[in-house]
Design a protein around this ligand. Structure first.
Ligand SMILES: *Cc1c(COP(=O)(O)O)cnc(C)c1O
Length: 226
């Protein structure tokens, strides 16, 4: 199937209220152009370097989403370039974002990345760390939290669903409370293998890579990072 056909298929499967983020990591500008022609304006990348390169040579009206692990020393490069950072995962990173965006008086929009499966190999905030980072967000001047992002552990449909449910509960709980600088609007969960389940469990933003662009080839350079 072509990129166009894939996008049509996915759009039919999800309600119009769910945003489709096209994850274009490792994929060429030419392939992204096909998605753009189908109306996609939100693109997800997991590497700062790749966003910077593509941003220069692609349409100016697209929104770039950083979905991968963000190192503190790279925050300065994305100021003014990225629409939404999905991967706020530590207080250290929060402080760096506050500092770099503050320098140019801009607001960073971020999602709290939750490590729902408590996997050591994955980034993200553990539930018991949530209060601490929220306290710190409330003190920020240049950071707004817009919701939650989750990458769930590999598993079958049942265990996926449990993880999504758990994340949705956290989302709803925070939504009911009132915090400075926190507005629970976006629930970023679901990828190629599990987006249907994620949407059933309340996701309103799915991040789809291979389901749109086909298999990724990491042998061309760049290492796997998930
Ligand atoms: C690569 C990636 C995706 C997309 O994964 P697919 O399986 O290709 O849909 C989604 N979210 C994150 C954080 C990723 O790194």
């Amino acid at each position: 199937m072509t990129v166009c056909e894939n996008i049509e298929k996915i759009k039919k499967e999800i309600p119009s209220s769910v945003k489709l983020l096209a994850v274009s990591k490792t994929k060429s500008i030419e392939m992204m152009e096909e998605a753009y022609k189908k109306g996609i304006r939100d693109f997800g990348e997991n590497k700062v370097q790749e966003i910077m390169k593509k941003e220069e040579s692609f349409h100016k009206d697209v929104r770039w989403h950083l979905i991968g692990n963000l190192q503190t020393n790279k925050v300065k490069y994305i100021v003014g370039k990225v629409y939404l950072i999905h991967s706020l995962s530590s207080i250290k990173l929060l402080r760096q974002i506050e500092k770099e965006f503050g320098k140019v008086d801009q607001i960073a929009k971020v999602l709290l990345q939750i490590n729902i499966g408590r996997e050591e190999s994955k980034g993200g905030i553990l539930l018991e760390e949530l209060d601490l980072i929220i306290n710190e967000v409330e003190e920020c001047k240049f950071v707004k939290v817009n919701g939650i992002m989750v990458i769930i552990p590999k598993g079958d449909e049942d265990s996926n669903r449990q993880c999504f449910k758990k994340t949705k509960d956290v989302f709803d709980e925070l939504k009911e409370k009132s915090f400075n600088n926190i507005e629970m609007e976006i629930l970023s969960m679901g990828m190629t293998q599990d987006y249907k389940t994620a949407v059933e469990e309340g996701s309103n933003l799915i991040r789809v890579g291979e389901g749109i662009f086909g298999k990724r080839d990491y042998s061309i350079g760049g290492e796997k990072d998930e």
